[in-house]
Design a protein. Structure first.
Lengths: 468, 468
């Protein structure tokens, strides 16, 4: 199906990007066999890792791979959670380590243009330096801009301003045949043919390789506050969040968490959560002028107090807020050692309660442990399927976890489907979620996607075996 | 290339939707030969107009047309400005007059689901009744929801909350072979394969026929104010608008207009503009709580006064605000009798001044009249190519307007391209803008669009001859 790399092809790569950027020693490429997923049976080594320096070099590389039928997988920060950048057919990995240039900071149009390899952490630094604000906060800040676009990443702060799709204005892309194209532009309205820009956002490296992007930003809010609100149980907390939005308050983020997960993160990071009472929490971020932020916080406190909140902690200190957001972002890491898979089903906001309730029933039915937490403001719920449970400060193996894995996974997906949800809200389909695609989409729908793939990538060399 | 309708096929249509909904008398279908464009050489009659009652009937109609190779053009309110719904190959027009059902008002998820034939005016009424707010305001309220999605319409109030693309959550579509598919859903995050929803938004009826849509809404603002700000000349006004955004104020709308156009609208509608001084105006809409709205208005007034504004009129009265917005929306109508074509080029906000300046030079060079106005907040500029000029209360023919038409049109498009603009911001490519597609897109880009069209519509029966 695919050809293996020959000495001649490797020499070709070396000529294009320089010898030091062509890596094939097993020990040096072992980390490229996986992203952040835990299931080792999905890991697979590439034949070579290439670190090009610019779009033209990527174009040259793709011309060779296109001609020689060699699979090419673009890899950002490797922070994916569904195996999206695993080179399951071997071949070439493109690593963007050498492509981190900030090309333009445009203060008039409120955009920043960067190469695809810049990490989110580096991007936030530049954005802050220029007194702008980038609302999305996909958890892991070592993700790259290219990767974030390829998965249409979201994160906690998507309730008020949206996800990556809402902020990507223009991308430069190298297509499989080596041609370089630009989609989108720095305009705020476009009705000029099919939106290929939007087709690329979330396409997981299967249509072309994103090399450059222009991201729109907003003026920073004067203040951001984080509220931690404890409840007796999770159900109470979840039921409050639509009430907040109905009162015309749209926060940056509304997250829900349970105490047992917080304890685990406290233990893992050796940090303290701001609040000890309660068994579940809402974590709400609000922004605006100082006056607005205070007023909004008070209104939220009032709504929560009237609906079962045990207290309301308002965190104003920036550093302390960052710590709390980091604790939230590190949940996956804290659970990872005993996680089989993290699910990413997204339901309408009004259905979160039902989803959580049904998942708890599954947890009971299978006598297992299913940590569940996520974005109460946007319906994106993360559910972990586990092989162990953290009890009295240590991990205890769940009985028959191997047998339960697939059964639990099936049942949770069916719940999501029945509640009009979607398979993945922000992680992407990648490798791990492919088997459920036909539960959420008709055969016709999937075939249309496959046909689109063929147009862009007739030889199927780009990230083959992903999505469908 | 296409087949003509036979008696047998017409009988088939009558069986599906009832005899009274199949219309082919010339005098009754004459209005279906065009939209709001003025160039009569582009008008073309359909063979028949069908008024189906639901999606299943549309499916049955398409099955026949697909089999028999008969062109099908969906028509919403017929308010288009680029000939998008003109049946240039004859065949069938689908009129959505009988498909105006409100299917669901979902207060928990803040969405409303309607059939595609509901007009914008009817939609606003339902939205208001349920105490929600739909920010976009594409000028002509007799446009339908289906049409607004098919062109990714925008309008004046797109600066703060965005265009149709930002509000369409789910669509039901009948594909050319008659299959019925749903794209999108009531979730706020999705990273599950290629976004076919976004591919359909702005596809101008060429990929499938939209029959139903779920639109997201926001809580209504307590107050909306409209500010009218006169300047000595247009350049001054345009230069102020980026300053407002840089001061972290994001209004609902920032429009720019010249006095001569306002006079024309006053004359046409027999209504008075709120302000007589100045030669150009900014019209700014702000929303928020009463306190916020007042404060924002004051801040804007301050910025404008420091930068050349002759005065600032703040309109609080709702009815008066509606009148002013209507006057803005009626500019096209007021100019229409002497308009050859309205252009819809969109440039980065920072380039509006340059665009207007360059267009004024063209106006002078060709001794013609080019009314120019539009959305200073989002870069979407409307430029009219005219055959007459309104002088001393009557239209005076422009010398050699026929010869100047194409030359002026070419030059304006080249200006737009050179300023990194895009061909159409909200009107769509339709029929009239096709010739400039290759100025703004590479051959490869256009070919990718054509290939996508083929996947969805292999027999090329849906709105053939549009976009490319």
């Amino acid at each position: 199906m695919y050809n293996k790399l020959s000495e001649e092809i490797l020499e070709g790569f070396k000529k294009i990007i320089g010898e030091k950027n062509v890596i094939y020693d097993r020990e040096k490429i072992i980390d490229y066999s996986h992203d952040e997923i835990t299931l080792k049976e999905f890991y697979n080594l590439p034949e070579v890792v290439l670190k090009p320096n610019n779009n033209l070099e990527i174009s040259e590389i793709l011309k060779i791979c296109y001609r020689e039928k060699i699979p090419v997988t673009a890899r950002g920060g490797g922070t994916g959670l569904s195996g999206g950048c695993i080179p399951i057919y071997g071949g070439v990995i493109i690593d963007f380590e050498n492509m981190k240039k900030v090309i333009e900071v445009d203060k008039e149009n409120f955009t920043i243009t960067v190469e695809a390899g810049l990490t989110l952490k580096e991007f936030y630094e530049i954005v802050n330096k220029h007194n702008m604000f980038f609302p999305p906060h996909p958890g892991d800040e070592s993700a790259t801009i290219g990767g974030l676009i390829a998965t249409n990443a979201g994160g906690a702060r998507a309730v008020k301003y949206g996800v990556m799709r809402n902020f990507v204005k223009e991308i430069e892309v190298v297509l499989p045949d080596g041609s370089i194209e630009t989609f989108g532009g720095k305009y705020k309205k476009c009705s000029s043919g099919y939106s290929l820009l939007n087709l690329f956002i979330g396409s997981e490296g299967t249509l072309g390789i994103i090399t450059k992007a222009t991201i729109s930003l907003i003026p920073p809010s004067e203040k951001i506050y984080t509220l931690i609100i404890p409840f007796k149980d999770l159900g109470q907390g979840i039921k409050v969040s639509p009430l907040i939005i109905q009162k015309k308050i749209i926060p940056l983020a509304i997250e829900f968490l349970e105490k047992n997960i917080i304890n685990l993160v406290e233990n893992y990071l050796n940090k303290k959560w701001p609040c000890e009472i309660g068994n579940a929490y809402l974590m709400i971020m609000v922004d605006g002028t100082e006056e607005e932020t205070l007023k909004t916080s008070e209104k939220i406190a009032e709504i929560c107090s009237e609906n079962g909140a045990l207290d309301v902690f308002i965190i104003e200190d920036e550093k302390r807020q960052k710590e709390v957001l980091d604790m939230r972002s590190m949940i996956y890491e804290a659970l990872k050692s005993n996680t089989l898979e993290i699910l990413d089903i997204t339901v309408p906001v009004s259905k979160i309660y039902n989803f959580v309730y049904e998942v708890k029933k599954i947890e009971e039915k299978y006598k297992t442990y299913i940590p569940i937490y996520g974005h109460a403001g946007d319906g994106n719920v993360h559910t972990h399927i586990m092989k162990g449970e953290f009890k009295e400060n240590k991990w205890v193996e769940i009985e028959n976890w191997k047998e339960k894995y697939k059964l639990v996974k099936d049942e949770i997906h069916i719940i999501g489907k029945n509640l009009n949800g979607i398979l993945s809200g922000e992680h992407g389909i990648g490798l791990l979620k492919k088997e459920y695609l036909s539960l959420f989409f008709s055969e016709k729908h999937i075939n249309l996607m496959k046909e689109i793939k063929k147009i862009f990538d007739p030889n199927n060399i780009l990230n083959p075996g992903k999505i469908f």
